[in-house]
Design a protein around this ligand. Sequence first.
Ligand code: SF4
Ligand code: MG
Length: 314
Amino acid sequence: HEIILETRGLTKRFHTSDGRPLTACDSISLAARRGETLGIVGESGCGKSTFVKMLVQLEKPTAGAIYFRGKDIAGLSGEEARRKRQHIQMVFQDPAASFSPKMRVGDIITEPLVNFGRLLRKQRSEKARELLEMVELDADFMQRYPHSMSGGQLQRVGIARALALNPEVLVCDEATSALDVSIQKKIVALLTRLQKEKNIAMIFICHDMALVQSLSHRLAVMYLGNIVETVGGGELCETAMHPYTQALLGSVFSLHMDCCKKIETIPGDPPSPLELPPGCPFAGRCEKRMPVCKAEKPRLKDVAPGHQVACHLY
Ligand code: SF4
Ligand code: MG
């Protein structure tokens, strides 16, 4: 599958108000391919959202590159950045936060097309109908306002709006996390269908290991700003090697994942990214820690075709 979007060494450092540095993303190199879903999983605060904000140019990277179809877009600004941004669209956890409460759904979902000059106002209703059908909503939703809709319906509107510009990459940041499980399943089925039909690259960010695994072709596990393991989506249960990934799998309770039936929690709190120890970011919680782990940071290494791990055990 062709690589559409690729990051190399993508890094974001912040300074807190009292001037202390915080590394939210530390040299992340990942690729999203046409027709595939890249899942990124990790606990909240691990840097997943900062990573995707850089992809859609809501945050400027401190270092590294973002290649879209081979061209580095990390340094773009102004009109050029705006034009590239059409191709990489985002679905948020709370879609309604970005909707104007005074706009009708038909106008909300076609607004990006009008903004980019791809649609005349009078062509709106036809296009709106098409987009609603794509996300399995009746045409009468065109006239509705966001406040009269359920969470699942709003998320469908968010997806329709994100797809209005026919993006090549769709980034979903905890897009189903706020929904009830039964609604979550329907939205996941919808996203999976659209990803296949439109042959787009999807990046699915989620803290729910079972969910992210169920729809990802490739998976990256993130811990405190670092990718600690990458593996083929269906192989995670059998092949997880990083102690953090194994701990995450052990902490998953899911009826849909035969391999993870235990309920456990990972002992210890994640260290604050402010006070990251010099060695392995997981060293403070790892049961397999060795002396080298606190001294030297492990690099991401190939352990098998398509499988990388950052751990001194391997
Ligand atoms: Fe544990 Fe060491 Fe591997 Fe880090 S490098 S995950 S501390 S064994
Ligand atoms: Mg987040």
